[in-house]
Ligand binder design. Structure first.
Ligand code: SF4
Length: 345
């Protein structure tokens, strides 16, 4: 583990490649506290939670956290709170979205008509403590070459599928050679017209959005939609904003989905600031998800009533196109469930 001095040195350089940044993340609570100049006993954590879902935080993301602030909204998203190990309320389960039941062949999650998820890999650059996939059996979805062919064959054989969503883990954790090969294979399926990439990497390691990646996506015959994931305006520094601008300039649609999280963004001003910051760099707010009830994340839960009241507040202050859709995913439903919003009196 780096010493405090090493850590201070490590967090400063921004010249590392994305692969180097991905390989050298913060992997322990003590190390993160060191980086943030927080006393070791100031913020308790759940060892059980860490054993279940290890810590992983890129330095480029930690750099945006405020030193000494125990309540920093970026820190809260990655901190293994002691509540993780407490008994969850009824309804919190290991696989809240029933993905294991929608996994017809390794590498494919097929829940909604017309589109499928391809699990490109199981690893993420950051481990978000509220993640609904924290217990997903990624090891069972680590594909051999033959299984990749089978997954693509699944898409090829269903002409109603016009959109493939690269997901994970984080699909951009894969190297360009692997990713480009996959994109070419998808382009070869005539009935697929859209490629969506769900990734948190543009936010946590913006160096991942290389010129080579943008160039390859720009050349594609498919409509490309990059769905990033930021929950708080502080996540979008100028380097992240620059990746949005470059992707937009290449004709890539950039949408953001976020999760409503207690202690992170559960107030109207945070959500307004997030929408404004996204738009400043050409990205559009898309979804605001209610928390998926996954074991270990109940301390982030915000009630549906509070969520609708927040949306009502931000509707009163923002133009409609900057208000994200409030949704919940419900196991077995044919699409995300839009939460009805109260009208202003
Ligand atoms: S990056 Fe996405 S898939 Fe990975 S841990 Fe965070 S929320 Fe989950």
């Amino acid at each position: 583990m780096p010493t405090v001095q090493d850590t201070k040195l490590t967090i400063l350089p921004t010249s590392q490649t994305w692969q180097q940044q991905l390989a050298h993340t913060i992997n322990s609570a003590q190390e993160l506290l060191n980086v943030l100049a927080i006393a070791p006993d100031a913020l308790p954590f759940s060892a059980e939670g860490l054993a279940d879902f290890p810590m992983r935080v890129p330095y480029a993301f930690a750099k945006r956290m405020e030193k000494g602030n125990l309540n920093d909204p970026l820190l809260r998203q990655v901190w293994p709170d002691i509540e993780e190990a407490s008994t969850p309320p009824p309804g919190f389960v290991l696989d809240p979205l029933g993905e294991a039941n929608s996994n017809p062949t390794p590498g494919i999650v097929h829940k909604y008509q017309g589109r499928v998820l391809l699990i490109v890999n199981g690893s993420c650059a950051v481990h978000c403590r509220y993640c609904f996939r924290r217990h997903f059996p990624y090891n069972d979805n680590r594909l051999s070459r033959q299984e990749w062919q089978d997954a693509l064959e699944y898409v090829r054989n269903r002409e109603d599928i016009n959109e493939v969503i690269l997901s994970g883990g984080d699909p951009l954790s894969s190297n360009d050679a692997r990713l480009f090969e996959l994109i070419s294979a998808i382009e070869d399926i005539p009935h697929v017209t859209r490629l969506r990439i769900h990734s948190r990497l543009p936010i946590v390691i913006p160096a991942r959005i290389t010129h080579a990646l943008i160039e390859r996506l720009q050349q594609s015959r498919l409509h490309i939609i990059m769905v990033v994931h930021a929950n708080h305006a502080k996540e979008i520094d100028t380097e992240v904003g620059d990746t949005f601008v470059r992707m937009r300039a290449a004709g890539i649609h950039v949408l953001n989905q976020s999760v409503l999280l207690k202690g992170v963004n559960d107030n109207a001003q945070s959500l307004i600031d997030l929408s404004e910051r996204l738009f400043e760099f050409g990205a559009m707010p898309y979804y605001l998800h209610l928390l998926d009830p996954v074991v270990g994340a109940h301390h982030f839960d915000v009630s549906e009533n509070q969520a609708t009241s927040l949306i009502t507040d931000i509707q009163a202050q923002l133009p409609g196109f900057l208000v994200p859709k409030l949704v919940r995913e419900v196991d077995g439903r044919p699409s995300k469930t839009l939460i009805p919003i109260l009208r202003n009196s």
